[in-house]
Design a protein around this ligand. Structure first.
Ligand code: NI
Length: 167
């Protein structure tokens, strides 16, 4: 259920702005405390292809591919995750128009990752218990450092990861 009005168009514009500023290639409503089925993403190299998926669902999945993922909700963690390599999705745009689209590569990964967000699932949930525990401790340490005003500069926070993997 979704009302397609000016408020929704504003929300989509705000989410795209937040995503580009992060910077990331995808953002789900849940991540900005909007509990509606709204996803924005742009996986183009030059940030020229903003896409919106409202009430999105995957109709078909094909193949599998492992790629490194990061997430705005799990800062500074990048881990390989296995997902369908190709998906066919159906969704509505900001005006309520239904469309179907076939996605591959990063776009396919991104949509699957964002749909997970909408159902309360994070990419780290796919990892082993041991790895999740390691990440939990790492995030706690980051939080403590932030609280103590001892945040390390990005250059010393570990190996650099392409922002293009933050979804
Ligand atoms: Ni994410």
């Amino acid at each position: 259920m979704q009302v397609f009005d000016a408020a929704l168009e504003r929300l989509v514009a705000d989410m795209l702005e937040t995503m580009y500023a992060a910077p990331g290639v995808g953002l789900a409503g849940t991540q900005v405390d909007v509990h509606r089925q709204v996803i924005v993403m742009d996986t183009s190299a030059d940030k020229s292809d903003p896409q919106v998926y409202i009430n999105g669902q995957i109709l078909e999945r094909e193949g599998s591919e492992v790629s490194e993922e990061g997430c705005l909700s799990v800062p500074n963690v990048f881990e390989p995750v296995k997902r369908a390599a190709r998906v066919r999705a159906r969704a509505q745009d900001a005006k309520g128009q239904v469309f179907e689209r076939e996605l591959t590569g990063l776009a396919a990964v991104c949509l699957q990752h964002e749909l997970d967000h909408l159902s309360g699932k994070l990419f780290v949930d796919y990892l082993s218990l041991l790895k999740r525990e390691f990440i939990r401790r790492k995030l706690e340490k980051q939080r403590r450092e932030r609280a103590a005003g001892r945040e390390r500069p990005a250059s010393k926070a570990g190996p650099a990861h392409p922002a293009g993997r933050v979804i």
